[in-house]
Design a protein around this ligand. Sequence first.
Ligand SMILES: CC(C)(COP(=O)(O)OP(=O)(O)OC[C@H]1O[C@@H](n2cnc3c(N)ncnc32)[C@H](O)[C@@H]1OP(=O)(O)O)[C@@H](O)C(=O)NCCC(=O)NCCS
Length: 197
Amino acid sequence: MRELFFKGTPQLETERLILRKLKLQDADDIFEYAADKEVTRYLTWETHKSVEDARKFINFILDKYKKDEAGEWGIVLKETGKLIGSIGMPWHDKKNKRAEIGFVLSRKYWGQGIMPEAVNRVLQFAFAEMGLNRIECCHALHNEKSGRVMQKVGMSFEGIAREKILAKNKFWDVKQYAILRSDWERLRKTPSFTCYN
Ligand SMILES: CC(C)(COP(=O)(O)OP(=O)(O)OC[C@H]1O[C@@H](n2cnc3c(N)ncnc32)[C@H](O)[C@@H]1OP(=O)(O)O)[C@@H](O)C(=O)NCCC(=O)NCCS
C-alpha cells in the first residue's frame, strides 16, 4: 500500500481545540466567518456570498481527502463544539519535505491565542508524524496579525517575496516566514517557549 502523505488527515487535539476533517454539515459555520469581509481582506479567496460557496469549498476538500492530498482541518472549540476556523497545508513539495501552512479564524475569536495553538499542533504533526523538514507561511504585507501568529510559533522572517501571489486580479508582495525541523526541536526544549500543547 502506498504511504499516505497526510496520514489520512487524523484528528488532532490541543488544550482548547479539536482539529478535525471538514464535513458538509460545517457549511453554515464556515459561511459565518467566510462571509465577513474583514476576515477575507488579506486572503486569496473571495468573500463568500452564500452558503453554497462554503459547500463548494468543503466539496473541494472532501475530494482531496479521498486522494490524500488535503492536510486541511476544521478548528473546533471543545467548549462549544462550534467550528470557528480552518487550518491546512494547501501546498506541499514531497521531494524536498516542505509544505506551506494557511489559516483563518472567525473574527469573534481573534486575540485569544487560538491560531498559535492550532498552528503549533499542526507543526508537531508535520515534523513528528509526516517527517517534513520545513514549514513555510506567508502573509500579505499589511496583515501583521498573521505575522504575529508566525512569530509566536517560532517561525523566522526570511524577507519579502515580491509579487509571489496572484489573487483578486493583482500580484501580492508577501512577508515570507518559515520554521525548520531543527528550529522546532530546539524551541521545544526551551522552557520559556509556549508550545500550547
Ligand atoms: C491572523 C489570525 C489567524 C490570528 O489568529 P488569532 O487566534 O487571533 O491570533 P492571536 O490571538 O495570536 O493574535 C494575533 C494578533 O492579532 C491581533 N489581534 C488580536 N485581536 C485582534 C482583534 N480583535 N482585532 C484585530 N486584531 C487583533 C494582535 O496584533 C495579535 O498580536 P498580539 O498578541 O501580539 O497582540 C486571525 O486574525 C484571522 O483569521 N485573520 C483573518 C484571516 C487571515 O488573515 N489569515 C492568515 C492569512 S496569511
